[in-house]
Design a protein around this ligand. Structure first.
Ligand SMILES: [Zn+2]
Ligand SMILES: [Zn+2]
Ligand SMILES: [Zn+2]
Ligand SMILES: [Zn+2]
Ligand SMILES: [Zn+2]
Ligand SMILES: [Zn+2]
Length: 478
């Protein structure tokens, strides 16, 4: 027999479904305030149906609640205090698929860990590291100056030799690509006449800095500021083994109005190649199509060709063979020479790995990309690296192009109406818009030097083996 547990008192709880009643209004309010069931604002004496409604109410009543968190309702004196609270307590989960195997991760550092420590069934740790080293090397070369000139010098011997062979009709040996005639032709094209000025230079319209075959055109298309522009774009690098924001002259922090997602494109590319047709919108299909077109028309480019990497199918040690001294020159900014390509492979894979990484902001060193990524991702850390204007450029470089980032308004802060609130000092109604919280939305991206594993596997023989990258049987030398 359900009988009322208590006799009904004078002051019934104002929540309809609550049977409690009290002798005084004060007791009733105290019950609402302390009851887990009720979302009641004691300061304003208002009942709310849900916790969310109560938090929203607080966020829009600065006169009563200061700066209140609209997720949980906690109150703060300052906007910065509120923002910090939200960053620490109300993280937005990420949705980051691995480009190789498709596994999904909710933190950027977990995706990096997956790639860096060999947890991926498709992308090997060496391959991942290769993308990072490539970024690093290309960035250095694009800073221009002596490093770039020296690199061009190293490969010019090869190009000159190819010129000669060209007449004899000798093709270029492209390991594992012999059946791909188009690709081989492209490389030949890239190697044509690097040192003699064409009589009528054809303006280079590609999106990438050209190899020497286009170097004449480069000067035509106003690229005398190549190194200047690139230096601004680049985040620099202080040593072979550390990745860092800030070029040596300390002028790297480029003020940009928004975080650019594609560090190689955008403004800088336009400045470099004012005549260039706009790049097609970045859908996966159009980018690879575009790249193929570019390669077809202009030969290989150092941006997306892993020319230095013995583990890549782009590897061609002959590029670095000096026919005068009969030795191979290390492609890196390193003057070591080798008699045999194998010796150079070993050297590259052993000595040009990135052993540790540096946070450009707080200058701390990290033993792995994963550790540096955690450091960047953590908003609890005092280091403001992830608040840097060009954080996305650093991220791109640090992860070898596998991650990009964008600052976004939190979904629960998008709806942000302006309300009228009485100013307690003047008694007048004033407009009030609560502070908006943003978060960093990471996304998986495709490195510029990415080669589709399926395509490579098919070329290897389509056996469906997991060895999709070109090891050339050199793995035992590690
Ligand atoms: Zn109640
Ligand atoms: Zn209130
Ligand atoms: Zn909160
Ligand atoms: Zn994976
Ligand atoms: Zn070297
Ligand atoms: Zn730091």
């Amino acid at each position: 027999m359900p009988a009322p547990l208590e006799p009904i008192k004078k002051y019934k709880c104002t929540y309809k479904n609550c049977p409690a009643s009290f002798d005084s209004e004060r007791a009733m309010r105290s019950h609402k305030k302390h009851s887990e069931e009720h979302d009641y604002c004691a300061k304003c004496d208002e009942d709310f149906d849900s916790y969310d409604d109560l938090a929203q109410h607080k966020a829009f009543r600065p006169d009563m609640h200061g700066k209140a968190c609209r997720v949980c309702g906690e109150e703060f004196k300052s906007t910065s205090g509120l923002r910090r609270h939200i960053e620490l307590n109300h993280k937005v989960d990420q949705k980051l698929p691995c480009l190789g195997c498709g596994s999904e991760f909710y933190r950027a550092s977990l995706l990096v860990e997956h790639l860096e420590f060999g947890h991926c069934s498709v992308i090997t740790p060496e391959q991942f590291q290769g993308h990072i080293v490539h970024k690093h090397l290309v960035t250095k070369l694009l800073e221009g100056g002596a490093a770039y000139d020296r690199f061009m010098q190293k490969i010019s011997k090869f190009d000159a030799a190819q010129d000669y062979e060209e007449e004899g009709g000798v093709g270029i040996d492209m390991p594992l690509d012999q059946d791909d005639d188009d690709e081989a032709r492209d490389v030949e094209f890239a190697a044509i006449k690097p040192e003699t000025a064409p009589e009528e230079p054809v303006p280079y319209t590609g999106p990438y800095p050209p190899l020497p075959s286009q170097s004449q055109a480069r000067s035509v298309s106003g690229a005398s500021d190549l190194s200047a522009t690139m230096r601004k774009m680049s985040l620099g690098g202080n040593s072979e083994s550390a990745t860092a924001v800030g070029s040596r002259d300390g002028t790297s922090r480029t003020p940009t109005s928004s975080r650019q997602l594609n560090p190689w494109g955008g403004k800088a590319a336009k400045q470099l190649f004012p005549e260039a047709k706009p790049t097609p919108p970045p859908s996966e299909f159009s980018i690879s199509y575009h790249d193929e077109q570019m390669e077809h028309e202009h030969g290989i480019n150092i941006m997306n060709t892993r020319f230095w990497d013995p583990l890549s199918r782009d590897w061609n040690p002959e590029r670095f063979y000096d026919t005068v001294v009969c030795k191979y020159y290390c492609p890196f900014i390193c003057e070591q020479t080798f008699d045999m390509p194998d010796e150079m492979n070993t050297h590259i894979l052993q000595d040009h790995r990135i052993a540790r990484m540096k946070c450009p902001c707080c200058l701390k060193y990290f033993k792995s990309v994963t550790a540096l990524m955690s450091h960047c991702e953590s908003r609890a850390s005092k280091c403001p690296i992830n608040k840097a204007e060009d954080f996305n450029i650093f991220l791109d470089k640090m992860t070898g192009g596998f991650l990009s980032v964008e600052e976004k308004t939190r979904a629960d802060h998008i709806h942000n109406p302006t309300v009228m609130v009485e100013n307690p000092d003047t008694g007048r109604l004033e407009q009030y818009t609560p502070p908006v919280a943003t978060y960093l939305q990471y996304s998986s991206s495709k490195p510029v030097d990415w080669k589709d594993p399926d395509k490579v596997a098919a070329q290897i023989g389509g056996s469906g083996s997991s060895q999709v990258f070109n090891y050339q049987g050199k793995l035992s030398q590690w």
